[in-house]
Design a protein. Sequence first.
Length: 164
Amino acid sequence: MSQAEHDPSNRRDGSPLPSVTHHHHAELWSGLAAREAALVNAVAAGQDHEQPRRALVDFLRGEVFAHLQTEEMVLYNVARGVGAHALVAALELDHKSLLSLVEHIDQAATGLDAALSARALVMLFVLRMEKEETVLIPTLTEAGVDVSILIAGRPEMLGTDQDR
């Protein structure tokens, strides 16, 4: 298989995935990874972990949740409309698991519990992001949906700098 086939910025039809979508996913992942690392590092060093935990939870409940909710509202509803019910059900399970992990991080009795849940959350987020870019968006495209039109003007899906 070619490099382009594995590149999430390319859709199955050969046209590029809107680069802002991929870029915003990368920004979200980077923000999550940095906050997760700060929490893990604080716990590993035996330092107070409350500030890094709070920063992670606040980021999740703010920017990440807004992104996930908009995906569900826009992309998942359209995917159901083109018959991709099983795919949507699988992605919704991921979202429910992400929400549950946020609660685990927020309510963890120990820093270690919070750090372990944070690590799991970041991994699940990366897998979910990959499914969206390599399965969901190509499925919509194959069904004749212009994803660029669906996500246009939605900063929670594109980030605040949409002029890329």
